[in-house]
Design a protein around this ligand. Structure first.
Ligand code: P6P
Length: 339
């Protein structure tokens, strides 16, 4: 980080970035300021979860058939109540909602963006005080401004994203984003309530030395993925030096560490009872936004064969296998997958 960047707040950074692009309107800045506010509010809940009776399950399930944690629903509601009132976001697709959620007519007349989000990824970790995160992806809508939004506004390839980011509620709360001009990370200073620039133009090393995967699923993987794990564990003809295994079970936390320290996160597809699945992670609001960040940081993200950002979604909650992080390891995963 260069001297004049020290102490830059998120708002200052976004305005400075916007000034570099004459065609940029203040709308983008307003969206980001609202996203930052959502992060502060969700952070305040996450940090008090154990004492304000919001740990545990909500007693409902989402479209994925996953039990919703109380905080999943709280984070989702915070997002909906704020983002859909900016007047700039026409609709949101959320992991916690089967259908897209449109802004009320009074807030949608000039709304030119849509957001896909996982409001609180890894929420099952809340009860054991492990980091969780919010993931968001911003796109221009395809339907005409002022008309109803449809799924088509969301079923665009990741290359159509105008911005993407995550908020990690860890030992500190950080806000990381890209708008296609590098990756920037800000740390929330709770004493002043401002996000302060902590990493400028983040880069992930070409070759990593960390692998992040739930090894318990090994028996369900394709042969190539099993051999890839052997390689990472130094039990392969082409590699006898083990990588470091680190798996938090919270995608945003694993991904953030792997950007800073280099490495790969993988969640391969599995075959259970003769049925091959499409992986666990969702394309629109997990794989795609993190793939945008990974590539902007010099890394790569694929489904094992295809670049994540090139995949055109057919369903809002579509799942994909995910290999994301240092270019060398992601390309290696592709090679093992082809064998
Ligand atoms: P498993 C959390 O539910 C999540 O979507 C990611 O945050 C995390 O990496 C993964 O699932 C954990 O899945 O099957 O290893 O528990």
């Amino acid at each position: 980080m260069v001297a004049e960047e020290i102490g830059t707040t998120l708002s200052q950074h976004i305005i400075r970035t916007q000034d570099k692009f004459p065609q940029a309107s203040g709308r983008f800045t307003r969206v980001f300021n609202e996203l930052a506010t959502c992060g502060k509010i969700i952070s305040s809940y996450v940090r008090r979860a154990g004492i304000v009776e919001i740990t545990g399950k909500q007693g409902t399930t989402n479209i994925q058939g996953e039990e919703q944690a109380k905080l999943d629903v709280i984070a989702h509601n915070i997002f909906m109540n704020r983002i859909l009132k900016t007047g700039l976001i026409a609709a949101v697709s959320s992991e916690e909602s089967d259908e897209i959620i449109e802004a009320k007519e009074e807030f949608s007349r000039n709304a030119s963006y849509v957001i896909s989000t996982d409001p609180l990824d890894g929420s099952s970790n809340i009860d054991v005080n492990v980091s969780v995160g919010t993931i968001f992806s911003l796109m221009k809508r395809k339907t005409p401004i002022g008309e109803r939004c449809t799924k088509e506004d969301f079923l665009q390839p990741g290359t159509a994203q105008v911005a993407a980011g995550y908020i990690l509620y860890g030992s500190s709360t950080i806000f990381t984003y890209t708008s296609g001009h590098g990756v920037y990370c800000f740390t929330l200073d709770p004493t002043v309530g401002e996000y302060i620039l902590s990493h400028s133009k983040m880069k992930i090393a070409e070759a990593g030395n960390i692998y992040s995967v739930n090894e318990g699923n090994r028996k369900y993987w394709d042969k190539g993925d099993q051999q890839l794990l052997d390689y990472f564990q130094g039990n392969h003809a082409d590699n006898d030096k083990p990588y470091t295994g680190r798996y938090i079970g919270s995608l945003v936390a694993d991904f953030h560490r792997n950007i800073l320290k280099s490495g790969i996160y993988l969640y391969p597809r599995a075959t259970k009872n003769g049925k091959k699945d499409s992986g666990k992670l969702r394309l629109l609001y997990e794989a795609s936004p993190l793939a945008f960040i990974a590539e902007q940081a010099g890394g790569l993200a694929t489904d094992g064969a295809t670049r994540i950002l090139d995949i055109v979604p057919t369903e809002i909650h579509q799942r994909v296998p995910l290999y994301i992080g240092s270019k060398r390891e992601v390309e290696l995963a592709g090679k093992f997958g082809q064998e």
